[in-house]
Design a protein around this ligand. Structure first.
Ligand SMILES: [Zn+2]
Length: 339
């Protein structure tokens, strides 16, 4: 099943994850893009974000919608494990202007104290592996940020709902994991990758908007899209410690890589993949090792969610032929009345 499931996966992922993550190889064939530029998207000149107010004033129609008002996310379950790794502190991020995190690319915001880590998981939701990651986190009463791929969110909306319900932060990671530095992509296609990813995650969460947190596939940061996300008030996440779990031959390798890098750097945002089997298998022991090593987990929350753009919500419905009438969960539609 696992092999078959992996074959179903968009070629995007296998190219991006089994090849060099930093390669310039196009990660995905982007979905067909309409020629018309999205009405709500501002002209993304490669200008600093500071120029945005003037541009917005000149083109009132270019303004993005404000963050939606929605019910607070459910809190994490009470912790029954007195020896758990836990959560040492929770920080709230004002994403105005698109701040960047993770010293591999963004060095302005040094907010972690020595021995503090942030756990991040990319490319889910995915059967078996994402639930295994959720269980490992729950067993240790700790948390992370999940950067979901839009397509995967549409495949496995119930799993993504579990991520959110467990109190973890849900950010986005494009629609199809395309490398946005791929010169073959037009600007409209790059924006579509970002925006349809947001729309898809919102759809999968039953209309709940994700955190205004984004990670570029393969940590490829085209400057004009960094500016675009800045205008969109979405924070950008690189990392400090790359687990290279997509290349690991066995779970122990994931643990060794993370712990060795942590010993050198002392703290940081750790990049992992809930999509990867070895990461799911490694996580219980990795969390034990973090606890034993005196590391403390910091939860990162966005001050506000990101509003999806209506034209991409519509595009999503059209492309993936998602139901537009009922998004009720299966247990509210199908009830076992005798067994
Ligand atoms: Zn990824």
């Amino acid at each position: 099943m696992r092999v078959a499931a992996k074959l179903i996966l968009a070629s995007a992922i296998s190219v991006a994850l089994t090849g060099a993550a930093w390669s310039q190889t196009p990660a995905a064939k982007p979905a067909a893009t309409t020629q018309a530029a999205p009405a709500a998207a501002p002209a993304a000149a490669a200008a600093p974000a500071a120029a945005a107010p003037a541009a917005a004033a000149a083109q009132p129609s270019a303004a993005f919608p404000p963050p939606p008002q929605q019910a607070p996310q459910p809190a994490r379950a009470a912790c029954n494990n007195p020896n758990a790794l836990g959560v040492a502190r929770t920080v709230e991020i004002d994403t105005t202007g698109g701040p960047g995190f993770g010293f591999e690319h963004f060095k302005e915001l040094d907010f972690l104290k020595d021995k503090e880590v942030v756990l991040t998981f990319d490319d889910g939701p995915w059967p078996r592996n994402t639930p295994a990651v959720l269980k490992a986190l729950a067993d240790q009463c700790t948390t992370g940020i999940f950067f979901s791929i839009g397509k995967h969110a549409t495949y496995e909306p119930e799993i993504l709902k579990q991520v959110y319900a467990a109190g973890h932060t849900v950010g986005t990671h494009t629609w199809s994991h395309a490398n946005l530095n791929d010169k073959k992509l037009s600007e409209a296609q790059r924006k579509e990758e970002i925006e349809k990813g947001i729309s898809a995650v919102k759809w999968a969460l039953g209309g709940i908007s994700p955190a205004a947190f984004f990670r570029f596939p393969a940590l490829q940061h085209p400057p004009e899209m960094v500016t675009y996300l800045g205008n969109r008030n979405v924070a950008i996440f690189s990392c400090d410690i790359d687990s290279f779990d997509f290349k690991a031959s066995k779970p122990e390798k994931v643990i060794d890589t993370v712990m060795k890098r942590l010993e050198t750097k002392g703290k940081g945002i750790i990049l992992m993949h809930d999509f990867q089997k070895h990461t799911a298998e490694a996580l219980p022991e990795l969390l034990n090792r973090l606890k034993a090593g005196g590391y403390k987990v910091v939860a990162m929350r966005a001050k506000a969610p990101v509003a999806s753009l209506p034209e991409y919500d519509q595009e999503l419905m059209k492309d993936v032929k998602l139901p537009t009438v009922s998004t009720r969960p299966v247990n509210s539609v199908v009830t076992t009345v005798s067994e």
